[in-house]
Design a protein around this ligand. Structure first.
Ligand code: FEO
Length: 404
């Protein structure tokens, strides 16, 4: 479906509303979109980003509907398959179109699609593509989230083509009528799994975009931001070190011992006025990817994360191990990280979880590991553990706390 953004700019990409998981990992309950933008200058026509390979026919159909018989430029913002997958097919249809990209894009295109890098007209920061009364200004944003991500700015209409930055996996039923609550939720989820690992880079780009004061932001996934302050406000918060005074608990319990431990901790935290979000990674009715994705999103600006697991073959339950691995990869700005668990006759769980989360900069709480069912004494220790954590969260200065 074509979306008109202005008299000269159209979204001609593809919708994928039924996609259940992106990268076979990220839950996408509202599907996604692979956006491609057509910019018609007075003299030349540019297409920004091809789409994913299997969605090429949607792109081609949209171009036909707009009577596009020639493209002067195919501008690539990013080499990942969801944006550049159709590049070879697009070139076959528009053999005269000049490929445009940064040196990193040209390099990665050569690796991924075997297109010689010399085929690209290479652009760098501040270089322009003139389309006739329309200009596209190159703004590389390396590591948001790949080394090649690039934005283009169109000053005449104050439109920013932002690549994955500010994207969301959200394909609304009516493309131009997104539900704002869903959109923001999916924007946070997208940030957590795509941008959070490189948020220091992202923070610089957000400041740059804020200074540009765009009228619209056209990201590579999800609806167009016609009121960019909404997503800029959200990103400014997410890239900050501000946290909530809360505790996220991701756990698995095989026979009830670990569950009893987290029940005691959660109860005491709540009594101390601390918000607790509990996620049972062993829930048989939910896909582990969905649960893990929810936890990762919850860790954006969270004050603390507790992992809780029984010991399985000497280490953490595999679901908790997967969670720990992803927490390490996504690297949230939590202040405290803790481990709780129960074991039968011996355990290496602390050593293994510490290894899996080595990159996380949060302060480590002393682990609480009990043998079998927690005793009354164990429960008393767990309550003290929860009270200590509550005090730590309350001692975070107000200026570092969201809404503090
Ligand atoms: Fe949407 Fe980095 O690809």
């Amino acid at each position: 479906m074509i979306q008109k953004i202005s008299d000269r700019v159209f979204q001609v990409g593809a919708l994928d509303p039924r996609l259940p998981y992106f990268d076979a990992l990220m839950p996408t309950p509202y599907g996604t979109t692979y956006n491609s933008y057509l910019v018609r200058g007075e003299d030349k026509v540019a297409l920004i980003d091809p789409v994913q390979g299997d969605k090429f026919e949607q792109l081609l159909q949209n171009l036909k509907e707009l009577c596009i018989n020639e493209l002067d430029y195919i501008i690539c913002l990013h080499t990942e398959q969801d944006h550049a997958g159709a590049i070879l097919m697009l070139r076959d249809v528009f053999p005269n179109a000049q490929l445009v990209g940064t040196a990193r894009v040209a390099e990665l295109m050569e690796y991924h699609f075997h297109i010689p890098r010399e085929s690209f007209f290479v652009v760098a920061e501040g270089d322009t593509i003139e389309l006739g009364s329309m200009t596209l200004v190159c703004m590389p944003i390396p590591f948001a989230h790949w080394p090649d991500n690039t934005m283009f700015w169109m000053p005449e209409e104050r439109i920013l083509f932002s690549s994955d930055l500010f994207g969301s996996h959200y394909s609304p039923d009516i493309p131009n009528c997104p539900d704002e609550a869903i959109w923001l939720l999916e924007t946070r989820a997208y940030f957590s799994e795509i941008m959070m690992p490189t948020r220091n880079h992202v923070a610089r780009y957000v400041a740059k975009v804020r200074a540009l004061d765009p009228k619209s932001i056209c990201a590579s996934h999800g609806p167009v931001w016609y009121n960019p302050s909404i997503v800029l406000n959200e990103y400014e918060l997410m890239v900050s070190d501000k946290v909530r005074r809360d505790v996220v608990i991701a756990y698995v319990s095989m026979h009830g011992s670990t569950e009893r431990m987290i029940d005691v901790v959660a109860d005491e935290l709540c009594a101390a006025g601390i918000r607790v979000a509990l996620y049972d990674l062993g829930d048989p009715n939910r896909d582990l990817r969905t649960l893990v994705g929810s936890v990762v999103t919850e860790t954006v600006n969270a004050g603390s994360l507790l992992l809780a697991s029984p010991t399985v073959l000497g280490g953490p339950h595999p679901a908790v191990a997967a969670m720990a691995l992803l927490v390490n990869a996504f690297n949230p700005s939590i202040r405290y990280l803790g481990l709780l668990g129960s074991y039968g006759w011996g355990t290496q769980i602390e050593k293994q979880v510490n290894g899996l989360t080595a990159r996380v900069k949060a302060e480590r709480l002393d682990s609480v590991l009990v043998r079998g069912l927690p005793t009354k004494e164990d429960e008393a220790s767990l309550r003290q553990y929860a009270r200590d954590l509550a005090e730590r969260l309350k001692s975070i200065p107000d200026e570092d706390v969201i809404g503090g």
